[in-house]
Design a protein around this ligand. Structure first.
Ligand code: SF4
Length: 393
């Protein structure tokens, strides 16, 4: 972080709002890390926020519950939301504006004019397109009109939350308003989507600061989601994963396994098919403050084909299984392989196909079988072996 006058100005502003330089650096380092940049990038981002001027953000609200804005603001440590708002220049945001009516509309025009081609347009909420979009109007204009007017003047466009990313809850069947996401309206334009219900504020902050600092956007997947946040499924990094591998599952809310923090797969957890970094990047500064962390199955809110379409308690198929963290025992009794035989078999199999193939067969042998490891072991008569305790006794 630089030591220039503007830098001091930003810091003194933070200090007067009760935040320290240390708080500031912590937040910006997390933001840099969240977009996959090295720690050194945090210094550049801080310097850009101090010297180049804070990135201008224009935030539009359409069909939504304002949950994404709430997740940004409702932190248990008030300094965090202040810090985030100190790092970006939120030039237009209907929920936070004191202005109303014509004054607010003028503010939007002024913010666009002052930062044309440079501002980051953040859209929260779906856009209804049925009947020319009459189901969502702000200041006499439809959401469709407003988006089509503002988007071409933006430097970057971010759809925050599942509603803006692909329609979310407003687009759930029967979708009477023809709600859809920003990328579906702005066909051909690059739209960074940050699905989530709500989206993690750090993913937004990291994206905006990268754009402001380097003039680039993060690498995106085929749905416009930044790979830094959506490349892996939740199941890969879930803190309950050891229980999944060991066959320990909650079967009902409140049963002994549920109270002991076991895997929620049988309760309909969508973590195995849901790409997001919820388990790696806690929402705001509260470790454990996410559905699986508080004992509710993941609902798959970042996946268009899952969220608000697949029944909440329906189990999902397991694809691309990764090797378990616990393995079946090697013992001479009970018909299992002897240690030398197991070693020999392992060597041959390893030479033939590699350990990854062996692990994947665990599931591919059961194509279409959505049962889970512990269940299959019980079905095969091997229930209760030392390394396979099955469900909690
Ligand atoms: Fe975690 Fe859900 Fe996977 Fe179980 S099924 S390990 S709760 S993501």
């Amino acid at each position: 972080m630089g030591d220039g006058e503007s830098d001091k100005g930003l810091l003194s502003g933070l200090e007067s709002s009760g935040s320290s330089r240390r708080d500031f650096l912590k937040i910006i380092t997390i933001a840099a890390a969240s977009v996959g940049l090295p720690v050194s990038a945090a210094g550049k981002m801080a310097e850009a926020a101090s010297k180049k001027g804070k990135p201008s953000v224009i935030w539009l609200h359409f069909q939504e519950c304002t949950g994404c804005t709430e997740s940004l603001l409702r932190t248990s440590h008030p300094a965090l939301s202040s810090l985030i708002l100190d790092l970006v220049s939120l030039d237009y945001h209907e929920t936070l504006f004191a202005a109303a009516g014509y004054q607010a509309e003028d503010a939007l025009k002024a913010a666009i004019k002052a930062n044309e081609g440079k501002f980051v347009l953040v859209v929260e909420g779906a856009i209804p397109v049925k009947d020319n979009g009459i189901y969502c109007k702000v200041g006499g204009k439809t959401a469709l009109q407003i988006l089509n007017e503002v988007a071409p003047k933006a430097g970057a466009i971010v759809a925050i939350g599942s509603c803006a990313s692909f329609g979310g809850i407003p687009a759930a069947e029967p979708n009477p308003t023809g709600a859809t996401g920003v990328p579906q309206v702005l066909k051909g334009k690059t739209v960074v989507t940050l699905p989530g219900c709500p989206a993690n504020p750090y993913n937004l902050l990291g994206t905006v600061l990268q754009f402001a600092t380097y003039g680039t956007l993060p690498a995106l997947d085929e749905h416009g989601r930044p790979k830094f946040a959506y490349a892996r499924v939740i199941h890969e990094d879930c803190p309950r994963r050891p229980h999944f591998d060991a066959g320990r599952f909650a079967s009902q809310f409140g049963d002994a396994s549920h109270r002991d923090g076991h895997c929620l797969y049988k309760l309909g957890c969508k973590g195995p098919v849901t790409h997001a970094n919820c388990s790696l990047l806690p929402f705001v500064e509260m470790p454990g403050a996410w559905p699986i962390g508080i004992g509710h199955p993941c609902v798959g809110c970042t996946e268009q084909q899952v969220a608000f379409r697949t029944p909440m308690f329906e189990v999902v198929p397991i694809h691309n299984a990764t090797p378990p963290s616990t393995y079946a025992p090697v013992a001479e009794s009970g018909g299992l392989l002897s240690i030398p035989a197991a070693l020999g078999a392992g060597a041959v199999l390893g030479a033939l196909a590699g350990a990854g193939l062996v692990a994947s067969r665990k599931f591919s042998d059961h194509d279409g079988d959505q049962s889970i490891p512990g269940e299959r072991r019980r079905a095969s008569g091997k229930e209760g072996t030392p390394a396979d305790p099955g469900e909690k006794k």
